[in-house]
Design a protein around this ligand. Structure first.
Ligand code: KDG
Length: 347
């Protein structure tokens, strides 16, 4: 009878819509089916300046999103930690108060510990090895852990190989770390590794670093070359030691609260823009790093290399720390990462 027919259709129709592809072209949000591109403004904040490769990546991302959406989706970029540091902005995304941020993965270990595998010292020797891990299965495995924490990851950009600066003396051997008060990111692997080397690590948000160096409350810090230049650390640091001790990725994060309200077309625009901006940003970062050494030399910094032998020596000293965290994060994941690196080296 009519009642029975209506009831059966009401039960079966929604799944028919999805199977037929009608429902698949859009994203349900609060019951409403979203279609096409809405007029929107995205608040995107980062810790670095606009001139930093991370800032240049955001400028490119803005251009791409606005072009691909026909100007309907606007991106408002905020630089220099105007909206807060990495952790604060990540929490703002989880709360749905901000749409995008691009932190280092290091401070995320408080939310997802496994991101700490990217903080293992001396795992990568070349950027290509890091890209193989980040843009492959391992990187995706870690991106898949974000949604349950209210975050969507649209890929990894490049912060890069970290170098040590300090105001006391050159660091050429593992011994030279002894007694140095070094600012680190809020990350247990970095803290334990610098402790193991005999340094005195102090975890601190990025925006506080320059003042801490200027007031000598810490002797040194470690960051990629482009950051050392754009943050003008040469004004408060005398020595730059090219330790290359960790390769740090940036990760482009979107608020899941915001993401779930987008149509599939809008989500594709953000995903494509994030990937194209990633490739652009990595190129800018590597070019700026090449130019950085000369700039810092001209600014008066005393720059020293660290020998392969000494890096091996540092890696050996830190081994108990990496063993401890391999157990915590998952030995399989760590072994997979090392195998991926060996594959790139073999080619
Ligand atoms: O927004 C990203 C910055 O905060 C980033 O440069 C963080 O490497 C970093 C550091 O040392 O805190």
């Amino acid at each position: 009878n009519k009642w029975l027919k209506r009831t059966v259709m009401a039960m079966v129709l929604p799944s028919m819509l999805v199977i037929s592809g009608c429902g698949a072209d859009s994203t349900k949000s609060g019951g409403k089916v979203k279609e096409g591109i809405q007029t929107r403004t995205i608040k995107a904040g980062i810790g670095n300046s606009e001139s930093h490769p991370q800032g240049q990546g955001m400028v490119k991302f803005k251009e791409l999103v606005e072009e691909k959406s026909g100007g309907k989706i606007k991106v408002q970029n905020y630089f220099d930690a105007t909206l807060g540091d990495d952790l604060k902005m990540t929490e703002a995304l989880q709360a749905g108060m901000q749409e995008i941020t691009v932190p280092s993965t290091s401070p995320l270990v408080g939310i997802i510990p496994e991101y700490g595998i990217y903080d293992f010292p001396f795992v990568f020797k070349e950027e290509e090895e890091a890209y193989a891990v980040l843009d492959g299965k391992i990187g995706q495995t870690l991106l898949d852990k974000l949604p349950e924490h209210g975050l969507i990851g649209l890929g990894y950009w490049e912060n890069g190989f970290r170098q040590l600066t300090n105001s006391k003396h050159p660091v050429e051997t593992a011994d030279d770390f002894k007694g140095l008060k070094i600012r680190t990111m809020q990350n247990e692997v970095h803290l334990d590794a610098f402790n193991e080397l005999g340094a005195n690590p102090t975890p601190m948000a990025f925006s506080e670093v320059f003042t801490a160096l200027e007031s000598k409350s810490v002797d040194g810090q470690e960051n990629p070359l482009a950051t050392i230049v754009t943050q003008k650390y040469d004004e408060v640091q005398s020595y730059l030691s090219l330790t290359n001790h960790v390769y740090t990725p940036f990760i482009l994060l979107v608020s899941k609260k915001f993401w779930d309200g987008l149509s599939e077309e809008e989500q594709n625009i953000l995903q494509e823009s994030a990937q194209e901006a990633r490739d652009y940003q990595r190129k800018v970062n590597r070019k700026d790093n090449e130019l950085a050494i000369k700039k810092l030399e001209e600014a008066g910094m005393k720059i020293n290399e660290v020998s392969e032998q000494e890096m091996e020596n540092m890696k050996e000293i830190i081994q108990p720390v990496t063993d401890k965290y391999a157990k915590k994060f998952g030995k399989d994941l760590v072994e997979e990462m090392k195998a991926e690196v060996e594959k790139v080296r073999a080619n």
